[in-house]
Design a protein around this ligand. Structure first.
Ligand SMILES: C[S@@+](CC[C@H](N)C(=O)[O-])C[C@H]1O[C@@H](n2cnc3c(N)ncnc32)[C@H](O)[C@@H]1O
Length: 236
C-alpha cells in the first residue's frame, strides 16, 4: 500500500521545519536563495506576463516558506497577501519578516474549503509544485479560490533526480512534477484541472543571471526556471 498523502505531507513539513533557520540564506545557493541582484530580473520577467503587481489586491502564495518570494510580491505592490505552507517553522520566519502579511499553516495538500470560492485575484507559487503529491487536486482548489478574471502563476524549475539527493531517494517517483525537464507537464496538468493556460515561458532574465553565476564558479548547471500562467476563463 502506498503511504497516505497526509502522512507524506507531515514528513515534508518536518523536513522544512528542520531547514527553516537556514533556508535560502546563502546568496550563492541559487537553488533556493533569491540574491538581491536578481530581484529586478524576477520583477521584469513576471511583470511581462502578469502585468502591474499593484493591480492585484488579494494574493495567495502557496508554499510561501520563509517569505523569500512573498517579500518581493509585497515590495512590488501586491496587496492583501496571504501565504500558506505546511511548515510552521518556515512560516515563523516569514511572519517575523512580514508582520503585515497573513500566514497560515495547513496540514493537507488540498483543502477545497480552506478559503471561500472567488477569494483571490492572484494565486502564485515558487518552487512549490515540484513537491506536490496530487497536483490536479491542488490546482482544482486554486481554481475554486480564484476570482473571475484572476490569474494563477506557477514558477518552478527543471530539476533533476540529483537535486533530490538529500531527501528520500524514492521521493521523485512519488511526485509528478519533481524533476520534469519541460514546462509542458505543469501546463498539461493545469489544463487537466479545467484551467486555461495563457502563457508558458522561461524566466529569461532570471535564467541569464543563474547562467552567469554558474560561469563564475557554481559547481553545477544552473536551474532553469519557468512560469506558467493560467486562468479559469477562455479569452484574453
Ligand atoms: C522549496 S520551498 C519554497 C519556498 C518559497 N516559495 C520560496 O520561493 O522561497 C517549498 C515550500 O513549500 C512548502 N510545501 C511543500 N509542500 C507543500 C504543500 N503541499 N502545500 C503547501 N506548502 C507546501 C514547504 O514547506 C516549503 O516551505
Amino acid at each position: 500500500m502506498t503511504e497516505s498523502s497526509d502522512s507524506q505531507v507531515k514528513k515534508d513539513a518536518k523536513h522544512f521545519d528542520e531547514r527553516a533557520a537556514s533556508y535560502g540564506r546563502d546568496p550563492n545557493d541559487l537553488l533556493n536563495a533569491i540574491p538581491n541582484e536578481v530581484e529586478q530580473s524576477y520583477r521584469d520577467d513576471l511583470r511581462e506576463v502578469l502585468g502591474e503587481f499593484t493591480e492585484y489586491k488579494s494574493v495567495l502564495e502557496v508554499g510561501a516558506g520563509t517569505g523569500l518570494f512573498t517579500r518581493l510580491l509585497d515590495v512590488w505592490g501586491c496587496k492583501g497577501i496571504v501565504g500558506i505552507d505546511i511548515s510552521g517553522r518556515m512560516l515563523d520566519v516569514a511572519r517575523a519578516k512580514l508582520p503585515h502579511c497573513s500566514f497560515r499553516q495547513v496540514t493537507k495538500e488540498a483543502e477545497p474549503h480552506l478559503f471561500p470560492p472567488a477569494t483571490f485575484d492572484l494565486i502564485i507559487s515558487r518552487q512549490l509544485v515540484c513537491h506536490l503529491i496530487d497536483p490536479i487536486a491542488v490546482f482544482e482548489c486554486w481554481k475554486t479560490w480564484l476570482k473571475p478574471g484572476g490569474r494563477i502563476a506557477v514558477i518552478d524549475g527543471l530539476w533533476t533526480r540529483k537535486d533530490w539527493r538529500g531527501r528520500s531517494g524514492a521521493l521523485v517517483d512519488e511526485r509528478p512534477l519533481s524533476c520534469t525537464q519541460t514546462k509542458a507537464t505543469v501546463s498539461y496538468l493545469l489544463e487537466r484541472s479545467d484551467l486555461v493556460v495563457k502563457h508558458r515561458g522561461y524566466l529569461e532574465r532570471v535564467n541569464r543571471f543563474a547562467k552567469e553565476r554558474f560561469d563564475i564558479g557554481q559547481p553545477r548547471e544552473p536551474i532553469y526556471r519557468y512560469v506558467v500562467v493560467a486562468s479559469a476563463e477562455i479569452g484574453p
